[in-house]
Design a protein around this ligand. Structure first.
Ligand code: FAD
Length: 400
């Protein structure tokens, strides 16, 4: 049986490895349009952007691993069409036949339209190595950087740029940073961190346009203010890569729609990672995280070989900003109660999310113990009494 994996990122690497580990001895071909072999993206807005991690350490598997495992890895190769009747993928390197196909195509960063100055030089996104190589030479001390979007990636880029000596302003159109992903209590912790470092954060203000002849020179805000800018980083979210699947007639619903086992509307085609949505607790969920990319890809690998297992996501995420580490366990969707818990040392703190009295998520800032305890409770379907959580005199381990 020949298995073809489209997209050569975090999910693809995990899926290919799992297929071999599960004893699949047929063909495996991994096709990716980037020049690099599969690599981890989180350092792109953290240590790698800061220049503290070499390129080799981004790579998920050494070059000889692919040959040792007898996996055909085609980098720099774009898939352009899926012919479901012929069970064949058209690519820039020619047609490739499959018995089973997996789509691990990731997501693309949203850009500003050209009419708003989105195509000016000096306007950067942060998704792939190529984006970082473009942005890095401009990240020099004294430059004025405007980050548009106060989500995790924008805030991480802001922290790195500040460390590199740039003058940084973050603009968030929503009433507050991290509005989509975290409670106000967590946003407050992160905002304070940036303010303490001297980064400016403007919330509840949209942008009108970016100005400049060929290179960006300023950001014009919706209230008429004009912020001089030597460069701009866009952190305005990503869109799942669905075009190939849609063109092939697969069902799209907040990403490539899969069943609980990761199968798309074509039984010979599967999907995993950022591009895929799956049913969960009566809704359709799509996650953008390393943990999800690996877990879902490994599950799909097993199911391609006949395991018939349902996906039960165990969401976790992290964000590094300055010297602070935020760790997140669970999903806070629909929370109706928040408990904050001061941690040890004084800069540590955690935010606990409840829905109908049940613990559903924890954000822990510089508090690895609170994160671990919260994660264990959530994954075991247990909860912790909010009054005990809020009491710092009760050791966090006693909440288990
Ligand atoms: C800057 C940054 C920081 C992040 N930080 C964190 C973090 O701290 N913690 C965390 O959990 N997650 C983080 N993430 C998210 C995490 O990296 C992603 O969720 C993960 O990479 C998703 O894996 P994937 O395999 O689904 O997609 P990707 O890793 O994006 O791989 C998809 C690949 O498919 C390729 N592709 C797309 N279309 C085609 C085509 N037609 N033909 C061939 N190839 C194609 C893409 O170019 C890409 O190489 C971060 C992401 C970014 C960008």
């Amino acid at each position: 049986m020949d298995i073809v994996i489209l997209g050569a990122g975090q999910a693809a690497a995990a899926m290919a490895a799992k297929l071999r580990a599960q004893g699949h001895s047929g063909g495996i071909t991994v096709i990716g349009d980037e020049d690099a072999p599969p690599y981890q993206r989180p350092p792109l807005s953290k240590a790698y952007l800061l220049g503290e991690m070499p390129l080799e350490r981004l790579t998920l598997r050494a070059d000889d691993w692919w040959t040792d495992q007898d996996i055909r890895l085609l980098t720099g190769t774009r898939a352009t069409r899926i012919d479901r009747d012929a069970k064949q993928v058209e690519t820039s390197a020619g047609p490739i036949r499959y018995d089973q196909l997996a789509l691990t195509l990731g997501a693309s960063p949203r850009r500003l339209p050209a009419v708003l100055g989105g195509d000016l030089a000096g306007v950067h996104t942060v998704r792939g190595i190529a984006h970082i190589e473009q942005a890095k030479p401009e990240l020099t001390p004294g430059k004025r950087l405007v980050v548009i979007g106060g989500g995790y990636i924008g805030l991480e880029a802001a922290a790195v740029a500040h460390k590199l000596g740039l003058e940084v302003t973050v603009i968030e159109a929503a009433p507050r940073i991290l509005g989509r992903v975290a409670a106000p209590e967590t946003a407050d912790l992160i905002r304070n961190l940036h303010l303490a470092h001297g980064v400016t954060i403007l919330e509840g203000i949209g942008i009108d346009a970016l100005e400049g002849d060929t290179h960006v020179r300023a950001v014009r805000l919706a209230d008429g203010r004009r912020l001089p800018a030597d460069l701009v980083v866009l952190g305005i979210g990503v869109a799942p890569e669905t075009a190939l699947a849609a063109e092939a007639g697969l069902t799209i619903d907040n990403g490539i729609a899969c069943d609980a086992q990761g199968r798309t509307s074509d039984p010979a085609i599967w999907a995993a990672g950022d591009c895929a949505s799956f049913p969960w607790q009566g809704q359709r969920l799509r996650l953008e995280s390393v943990g999800n990319a690996i877990d879902m890809a490994e599950l799909v690998a097993e199911n391609m070989l006949g395991a018939s297992k349902d996906y039960a996501p165990k969401p976790w995420f992290w964000s590094d900003q300055y010297d602070a580490k935020l760790q997140i366990a669970g999903l806070n969707t629909g929370y109706d109660q928040i408990v904050t818990r001061p941690g040890e040392p004084a800069q540590a703190s955690s935010v606990w999310y409840y829905r109908d009295g049940q613990l559903i998520a924890v954000d822990a800032l510089n508090d690895a113990r609170a994160y671990m305890v919260g994660k264990c409770l959530i994954e075991a379907g247990k909860t912790a009494d909010p009054a005990r959580v809020a009491n710092p005199d009760i050791p966090v381990k006693e909440l288990l």
